[in-house]
Design a protein around this ligand. Structure first.
Ligand code: FEO
Ligand code: CA
Ligand code: CA
Length: 691
């Protein structure tokens, strides 16, 4: 490709009429229960960074210059980049390995658009068979039985676990986050869903597991329904494990021991563990429950409010068909969702697990790394406005290998350890963080942070909370610990090459609004529409450390605007990016970012960005998804890139008039699908070299 910056210059904006929120009303209602149109449930008065600075100024009159300097020096060491090097135009520097492709311009095409020289294929769609013998999809004749054997709705996270060294055969695990009944059924009445429609929706949630084969000669992935195939749904039994298992807070009439839960839901992002299992986050569980206003116990009621559980009927009216969805009848059932779950895809008969030691909140996902001493560290985001970033450090140590024995041991590591929440402070004077997004005089949004322990095993570290209460009502415990309110923490994942940790903060329209936390250095924009990406370096590169340093890698949005920042890279050369959500890495350590809700008038996409060297911050768009869709669950290997295309067509009012006919075209119904993309010439994805 050309290395002339002028040739790479991207990309006028906006390309389509701009509207205030690019997510459709339908997506907002069915995916997260209109979370953004309600007041954020975090009304805690806990400290934000502005307070910390003001307190410091009150005490000392001025921030200690030494402290500021040490932050800056530490961060420079962490990134390996002298501050003076950042912001330089790389001139004719070639694209780093892994991102040498011609960026896809912003667009509003109703298809998946990939770079020149790349091929694509739909691997599996909603309704395609997962279990051997499951029927082919028939939109007009859906049934609970059929859906129980078919690929579920609204795929989000996807994980590939290679079964051989060449990555030809792999286990594919996909989350089915939520159902959109108005688009799933031709005859849906939202006020009067039928029992069969409700049961189909229960079967369309959860996960799909199946074997896939990569074609080493031609590229692409083929699903092979067979002995690994599994559908996990709202009827699958989960074991509750960890320190809150058996707690009175988790007992219900169907499960008086608080040890077994039927089903998982709203599984958003996730991670592949080093021992070959999948972690998945139960995110917006609150919306499935009804009648929190009728709950008799005022303490239970207040706890539900902190999680945003519905007052009145639920959107889907499931409470009419199973009492467990009525919070006033079975209040503890709400406490049995909002966990990290672990699935062992190697054994279709294994009992999946809900891990109480990782806390209960609107879990985006969890990603795991192993510390030098063998302890396991999991990073997690709570995806709602003004919520927190967490990590868990295990007490036990990992056993190497992927034998069934090692896997059993390693799955138990997440049963006991310390759960932490993050508090961040900035190193620039508060007066320089004015909410405009303009960089402070030290040239970066950056600072230090600490991990505040909430509980270790059965010991609480939060005054006024038992350990069980910390795990089950983690948001309330984190309020008490005075964690930092963030702008929707979504995926957070360690970079396997440089060891730093990257967190997507999608947006927060209420940042700085009256009665809400103002802009601070880690969340520096008032009414943050486009989100940002935080880079975190654990002290001494030790993932178990309780101190860290951080800086913003990206402040997203229109590169032509002064409130955006691209790691110091020349903004004339980058692809516009808005609302970062899922993150992953390629083998070279480049960060790949999927977006949700592009506020720049073009479709959501997948982007790649180097995090070191002279190209740090050079964001390039790799693909875009069809009308109404969100890009989810990216996987990037040498041989292919996959993305989940979630909720295509939800920008239209319903199944009769969907906003997209992707992937099958004509007048067909849109179907959420997993897409694979690869190079047509056999070279590695984004590899330097002539095509
Ligand atoms: Fe399901 Fe936070 O996105
Ligand atoms: Ca700063
Ligand atoms: Ca997400």
């Amino acid at each position: 490709m050309s290395t002339n910056p002028a040739d790479q210059r991207a990309i006028p904006l906006p390309l389509a009429p701009h509207h205030s929120a690019s997510r459709s009303a339908v997506t907002c209602e069915y995916r997260c229960g209109n979370a953004c149109s309600h007041d954020a449930p975090n009304t805690s008065a806990n400290t934000y960074f502005g307070d910390v600075v003001r307190r410091a100024l009150d005490r000392r009159g001025v921030l200690r210059a030494g402290a500021v300097l040490s932050f800056a020096a530490g961060l420079t060491a962490a990134t390996g980049l002298p501050a003076a090097a950042r912001g330089k135009n790389p001139g004719s520097t070639p694209a780093p390995a892994g991102i040498d492709f011609d960026p896809v311009p912003p667009n509003t095409q109703d298809r998946v658009v990939v770079p020149e020289g790349y091929e694509q294929q739909v691997v599996i769609r909603w309704g395609d068979p997962v279990l051997p013998g499951a029927p082919e999809f028939d939109f007009e004749n859906q049934s609970e039985t059929a859906q129980q054997g078919q690929f579920g709705y609204n795929n989000d996270f996807a994980g590939l676990i290679p079964l051989d060294g060449a990555g030809v055969h792999s286990l594919l695990v996909v989350n089915h986050e939520y159902t959109t009944e108005t688009h799933m059924f031709g005859d849906y009445d939202p006020e009067n869903p039928t029992e069969e429609q409700v049961r189909i929706a229960w079967a369309a949630h959860g996960q799909s597991v199946l074997l896939v084969k990569r074609d080493p000669a031609r590229g692409g992935l083929t699903p092979l329904p067979g002995r690994y195939s599994r559908r996990i749904t709202l009827n699958t039994e989960f074991a509750v494990r960890g320190p809150a298992a058996g707690s009175e807070l988790l007992r219900t009439s169907a499960d008086p021991e608080g040890s077994r839960v039927r089903g998982t839901l709203n599984n958003c992002a996730g991670g592949v563990t080093p021992w070959g299992t999948i972690l998945s986050g139960e995110e917006n569980f609150h919306q499935y429950f009804a009648h929190a206003d009728r709950v008799a116990d005022p303490v239970a009621k207040q706890r539900m409010r902190r999680y945003g559980v519905n007052t009145g009927a639920s959107t889907r009216k499931w409470e009419r068909f199973d009492e467990r969805w009525d919070a006033s009848t079975e209040p503890n059932e709400t406490n049995r969702f909002g966990w990290i779950v672990e699935i062992d895809p190697n054994d279709p008969n294994s009992t999946p697990v809900k891990h109480t030691a990782l806390g209960r909140f609107k879990h985006e996902g969890a990603t795991v790394r192993i510390a030098e001493d063998g302890r396991v560290v999991a990073y997690m985001g709570d995806d709602e406005r003004f919520e927190y970033i967490y990590k868990f450090v295990s007490s036990g140590r990992v056993k190497k290998g992927r034998s069934a024995h090692a896997r059993r041991h390693n799955m138990s590591l997440l049963d006991e350890g310390t759960l932490y929440v993050a508090r961040f402070s900035g190193n620039s004077p508060a007066a320089e963080i004015d909410g405009s997004g303009e960089l402070p005089s030290d040239g970066e949004f950056d600072g230090a942070g600490e991990w505040l322990p909430l509980a270790t095993g059965t010991t609480s570290h939060v005054p006024g909370f038992t350990a069980e209460e910390v795990y089950v009502f983690t948001r309330l415990a984190a309020d008490r610990a005075e964690a930092t309110k963030m702008d929707r923490p979504e995926d957070i994942e360690p970079n396997p090459v440089n060891g730093r940790v990257y967190c997507a903060l999608t947006n927060n329209s209420n940042r700085g609004a009256p009665e809400h936390a103002p802009a601070d250095e880690p969340n520096p924009r008032t009414g943050n529409k486009h989100g940002h990406v935080l880079e975190l370096a654990e002290k001494s590169d030790d993932p178990t450390a309780t101190k860290m340093e951080w800086r913003l890698l990206l402040v997203c949005g229109d590169p032509q605007q002064g409130d955006t920042y691209f790691g110091g890279f020349d903004k004339d050369q980058v692809s516009p990016i808005s609302c970062p959500d899922n993150v992953t890495f390629d083998r070279h350590g480049n960060l790949w970012i999927a977006t949700d809700g592009n506020e720049l008038g073009s479709h959501d996409g997948l982007f790649a960005v180097p995090v070191g060297g002279p190209s740090r911050g050079h964001v390039k768009q790799f693909l875009t998804v069809p009308n109404g869709a969100e890009t989810c669950g990216p996987i990037v290997t040498d041989d292919l890139v996959t993305v989940c295309v979630q909720h295509p067509g939800e920008n239209g009012p319903g199944a009769e008039n969907p906003g997209s006919h992707w992937p099958d075209g004509g007048r067909t119904q849109p179907r959420p699908s997993l897409v694979a993309v690869w190079r047509t010439d056999g070279h590695h994805v984004g590899e330097i070299g002539e095509r």
